[in-house]
Design a binder for this molecule. Structure first.
Ligand code: NAG
Ligand code: NAG
Length: 238
């Protein structure tokens, strides 16, 4: 249905570099209450570690970073208004995938490049088993970065109301995005109050694209969006 050449071209866009990540330990660890947690090592980063927490979800976010230019065409730097993304379950498949460590480093860029062709993206996600939408990422009316996993069947559903605690520049191997704008930083977000459903910490890792231009010089509108993809590794109390 989708010409091989298109898919190979898409794959080529964002698989230009290779990266050595520490080896993930991928297995499910049963807990005392019968539920399970993911055991997998984050790709190499310099953020504060998730000390004392357990990994609950690895999600692929595909969406937009939203920016503003009060004076389009000016040399002012754009402002940030938030982001919105659909969150897909990656963890369930990755934990039993012997190739997980290589996929983790390349999936965001691949998904971002495919997102220009929604049918290609959808076919890829379905074929890989990454097509389950667990929820969404958005900014609340108060500007709080929120991760609402409303399709997870726990009561209440897992949700992190986050605040940025630490940040690092995305690694050099990151996919720079559809306009070569650069990958948004990697982040650690901790509970800003009111997180629920057994989760309280989010790491934004393996980012692809999403950065604002340095200035509003080439921007024509007062608000604009830049497509991005990222992995959200979500943790909670053990
Ligand atoms: C970001 O842009 C998207 C797409 O236009 C929009 O649906 C969303 O409400 C915006 N979110 C914020 C926080 O500006
Ligand atoms: C928040 O960041 C600081 C500075 O990097 C770090 O020392 C601290 O452990 C982090 N907090 C959490 C809860 O990880």
């Amino acid at each position: 249905m989708f010409p091989k050449a298109i898919i190979s071209a898409l794959v080529a866009i964002c698989l230009l570099t290779t990266q050595t990540a520490s080896s993930p330990l991928h297995h499910l660890e049963p807990r005392n209450d019968g539920s399970q947690v993911l055991v997998m090592q984050q790709p190499d980063n310099s953020l504060p570690g998730p000390t004392g927490l357990v990994l609950k979800y690895i999600l692929l976010g595909i969406g937009t970073q939203n920016y503003t230019c009060a004076a389009p065409g000016s040399t002012a730097a754009p402002g940030t208004t938030g982001a919105t993304a659909t969150l897909y379950d990656l963890g369930t498949k990755l934990i039993s995938d012997p190739l997980a460590k290589w996929k983790i480093n390349t999936l965001s860029g691949l998904a971002l490049s495919m997102s220009s062709y929604p049918q290609v993206l959808s076919a890829f996600l379905s074929a890989s088993g990454y097509n389950i939408v667990v929820g969404k990422h958005f900014f609340s009316s108060g500007g709080v970065p929120t991760f609402a996993l409303q399709n997870i069947q726990t009561k209440p559903f897992p949700q992190v109301n986050g605040k940025k605690n630490a940040t690092m520049t995305a690694p050099a191997y990151s996919c720079p995005g559809k306009s070569n704008e650069g990958a948004v930083p990697w982040l650690q977000l901790i509970d800003a109050g009111g997180s629920q459903g057994g989760v309280n910490t989010v790491y934004r890792l393996e980012t692809a694209g999403g950065s604002a231009p340095a200035t509003c010089a080439d921007v024509k509108t007062t608000t604009f969006e830049v497509a991005y993809a990222a992995q959200y590794w979500i943790y909670g109390a053990a």
